[in-house]
Design a protein around this ligand. Sequence first.
Ligand SMILES: Nc1nc2c(ncn2[C@@H]2O[C@H](COP(=O)(O)OP(=O)(O)OP(=O)(O)O)[C@@H](O)[C@H]2O)c(=O)[nH]1
Ligand SMILES: [Mg+2]
Length: 229
Amino acid sequence: MGWMHTARFLTTAAQLHHLPDITVPEIAFVGRSNAGKSTCINTLTQQKQLAFASKKPGRTQHINLFALGKQGVTDAVLADLPGYGYAAVSRSDKQRWQQVMVNYLRSRQGLTGIVLLCDPRLGLTELDEALLEAVRPRVEDGLKFLVLLTKADKLTRAEQAKVLSITRLQAGGGEVKMFSALKKQGVDEVAQLLWQWSHPVGGAAPAEAPAEGAEAGEPSAPIEPSEPN
Ligand SMILES: Nc1nc2c(ncn2[C@@H]2O[C@H](COP(=O)(O)OP(=O)(O)OP(=O)(O)O)[C@@H](O)[C@H]2O)c(=O)[nH]1
Ligand SMILES: [Mg+2]
């Protein structure tokens, strides 16, 4: 979707109060370390290095914001969050980060949707369940929610079907989709969903979403470094 490809780096922050106030819908990518959050953002935006992805867990250590919107007019923001559950992080760092994240998810103004990424070989873990619990009041208030099972290329079709139904039960009827950055599975569906979340007016917005390839030839937005480290 052309809209997704307009993504550009906005800012990075280690703490909540360093984040700018945003007036457009913000969509957060959360999940365990190594689940594939940064890779997912790069795949959706078709920009290899927008968000830092790495084999080494714990790569993303700041909240990184990316702006979306045509002609430089921002109409939504994606937030790439550091992952949780990384064993090599000290206990105090883990607790500090969990607190930052829960505060972010509970209090961030303009937060419109959450994409919870999960490696289907691990399934939803205790930490994911705790996160679901933390955001439940906001979800009941209308916050959008998607569980994205990543690295689908590592599973057979039958395994995918099984993990989808188990996770749907665990997610209490919330939306669950399969995704593979490697095979580009689920990319258009997720892009479409995020567009709908950010452009809800009258439900007519999806039809206006530019078709894939509609912008061929248009220069892409300049990519700035996304992280200091
Ligand atoms: N096979 C396969 N590997 C993937 C996929 N998505 C991500 N990966 C790999 O998983 C590893 C972690 O990806 P990241 O995107 O850095 O994960 P992250 O959730 O941002 O991790 P943190 O920043 O530590 O929280 C990398 O080695 C990626 O190449 C996928 O769809 N298929
Ligand atoms: Mg990351």
